[in-house]
Every structure is written in structure tokens, then in C-alpha cells.
Write a new protein. Structure first.
Length: 351
């Protein structure tokens, strides 16, 4: 009888990527991760190709060999629960975040939200309800910007059974287009909803809705801090501590992928539109014009400040079990080492 050797899982790492536009998606889909990690004898495996009972690690991080790039709420939540996760990169990727009303609504300006019914989606099956938190924070920003009291609007909670798990081989055509918020807006149950990313242009393309308030229209006066602003790159602490060379290589390839995207606009935009479940037109009208040029992760003061603000909001509203010190949490070793390696290789092999 032939006995097959057990698969060496120590030679695999796992990655999971939110559909929000980021460098990890470019790195995985253009072969950067595969080529870079192959030099270390390591194979990158997308989390969602494993059995479905393991997909929840996208949120709770109970996987000792996991990289994740995407929204900031799940890693903050995991960190507050003492799960071993390390912050290794951030990015303030500017995207559209708006409050919408029906095209025939009396509400045409932010000031007219007084007396309105405001949609707050609630997801009881989610490990962490980042969508609810995002809507709450967006409306708080709007009200504060216009000097409107919370008591001057009615918050309407809308229950959605969605658990946010990113399904295997997700097909954009099968992604649910009509959320509970849109349904409630259509039937008059609410007056305004919060929408972000490619969904903004998808809804505007129907002609049935209008923008009441754009949170990113004047970023000097109002920073649209939310689940995807800043975007976060994280890794399991066990992998970071025991095999730091793998983490450095992952970050390195992510940086190289971001650099490739900056000089390959058409190809990059096609990939980013695919990632965010929209057309290239919808992507271009839902993200900053130069979005594709700024995908590289960083740990800048501005990015850390934005994450600190997000963490404070989540803790104050009861989404986190305890405060998270993002400055203590961030580890810049991997980013700095990756940059040095890229510079060293280029010096040794000038073009």
C-alpha cells in the first residue's frame, strides 16, 4: 500500500482580502505573492478556497498563518478581544461615501435631514457589525457637520440576516444588489441611507436616487473616517513572531504590486472594478481619480490618527470590548525592512 505524505501546512500561508480596493488584490491576481513567496518555499492560499467553516477567520483571526487587507473594524475588534493580530500597514484610500435620498424626496440638502427617518442596518448574524457601525458614524459626521442634534432625526433600525462572509469564487453578478436599506428607502420606511464604494454609482445609475451629502467632498473640514478609511493590512502574530521573513516578503510584494498598479492604469482599474463588484465606470465614479496610484500600505501619522479615531468611536459605541492603542499595536519593522530590500535589490540590479 502506498502511503501519501501529509501536506506540509507550514509551507502555506493564507490570505483574505475585503472587496474594497487594495494592493493585496493586485498582488494576488497578478502573481506577485505567488512569485515572491515561492522563493521561500511558501504557497499563498486564499482563505475562501478552504472549507467554509474556516472563512470566519476573515473576521476573528483564529488562524495562525493569516494575512488580511481590508476594512479596519474586524481587526480592531479582534485586537480588543486579545486575538493575536499585528497591524503592519494602513492606507487612506479615498472613496465615495454618501447619504442618498430618493430622487423624488423633499430632502435635497444636508440641512433638510432634520425630521428625517435615518436608516441604520443591523446584522444579528455578523461576528462584528461593521456595516451598522459605518452607518452610525457616517450620520454622526453629517449631523455634527451641520449642527443638527441626534434628537432632530429618527433612527430606524433595519434587520439584515447577512453575515458578511466572503463566499468562494464570488461572482459579481450574484452579489446582492438591493440591501435592506435600499428596500426601505424605496418603500418610504426611511428617508435617507448611507452608501459607499461602487454601490454609490450603481444606485445613481438607476436614476432613482440623489446625493444629499458627500462625506468626502471637503476632506480638510470633514475626514470621512469609516470601516475602509483607513484600509488595514494585518497578519497573525504567531506568523509574524516565528517567521518574520514571510511577512516581510508579503509586504514587499504588496508594495511592488502597488507600484505596478500606479504605472498600469487601465489594467489596474479593471482589476479594482472586478474586486469591488462593479464596472470600470462605476469604479471610476466611486473612488478618487488617482486611487490606483496610492495603493501602497504605510504607517504614516495621518493614517494612524485616522485609525485611532475609528478605534475610539468603536469603543465609545460599544463595538470593542476594550480600547485599542493603535500606536502600540502598529509594527513598522516589516514595512521598513521590505522597503530596504526593494531598494537593495534595485541598487544591485539597476535597470
Amino acid at each position: 500500500m502506498i502511503v501519501l505524505a501529509e501536506k506540509d501546512l507550514s509551507k502555506e500561508i493564507y490570505y483574505t482580502i475585503c472587496p474594497v480596493g487594495n494592493a493585496s488584490y493586485i498582488a494576488a491576481n497578478r502573481g506577485f505573492l505567488q512569485d515572491g513567496l515561492e522563493k521561500l518555499g511558501v504557497t499563498p492560499v486564499r482563505l475562501q478556497t478552504l472549507s467554509s467553516d474556516q472563512w470566519a477567520a476573515h473576521f476573528h483571526y483564529r488562524n495562525d498563518r493569516l494575512f488580511r487587507e481590508g476594512g479596519n473594524t474586524p481587526p480592531l475588534w479582534a485586537k480588543s478581544n486579545d486575538t493575536g493580530v499585528v497591524l503592519i500597514g494602513l492606507n487612506l484610500l479615498e472613496q465615495r461615501q454618501v447619504v442618498l435620498a430618493r430622487a423624488d424626496s423633499r430632502i435635497t440638502t444636508p440641512d433638510q435631514i432634520r425630521g428625517a427617518k435615518v436608516a441604520i442596518p443591523v446584522h444579528p448574524n455578523a461576528l462584528i457589525d461593521f456595516h451598522k457601525a459605518s452607518a452610525e458614524q457616517a450620520f454622526e459626521l453629517l449631523l455634527a457637520a451641520r449642527g443638527i442634534s441626534k434628537e432632530d432625526v429618527t433612527f430606524v433600525e433595519l434587520t439584515d440576516p447577512n453575515d458578511f462572509l466572503i463566499v468562494k469564487n464570488a461572482n459579481p453578478s450574484k452579489i446582492k444588489e438591493v440591501s435592506v436599506e435600499v428596500k426601505a428607502l424605496d418603500n418610504g420606511e426611511v428617508d435617507v441611507i448611507f452608501v459607499k464604494l461602487s454601490t454609490v454609482q450603481k444606485l445613481l445609475d438607476t436614476g432613482k436616487y440623489k446625493v444629499v451629502f458627500d462625506l468626502g467632498a471637503n476632506r480638510r473640514q470633514l475626514s470621512p473616517i469609516n470601516n475602509e478609511y483607513p484600509n488595514t493590512l494585518t497578519v497573525s502574530r504567531k506568523l509574524a513572531e516565528e517567521e518574520p521573513e514571510i511577512v516581510v516578503e508579503y509586504v514587499k510584494q504588496t508594495l511592488l504590486a502597488a507600484e505596478w498598479a500606479a504605472s498600469h492604469r487601465l489594467e489596474a482599474e479593471k482589476l479594482l472594478a472586478e474586486q469591488t463588484y462593479g464596472t470600470v465606470w462605476q469604479y471610476q465614479n466611486s473612488y478618487d481619480q488617482d486611487f490606483y496610484k496610492h495603493l501602497a500600505p504605510n504607517l504614516s501619522d495621518e493614517s494612524l490618527w485616522a485609525l485611532e479615531s475609528r478605534a475610539r468611536f468603536l469603543y465609545d459605541r460599544g463595538y470593542l470590548n476594550k480600547p485599542v492603542d493603535v500606536y502600540e499595536w502598529a509594527d513598522d519593522y516589516f514595512l521598513k525592512t521590505a522597503i530596504k530590500e526593494i531598494e537593495k535589490e534595485r541598487s544591485a540590479n539597476p535597470a
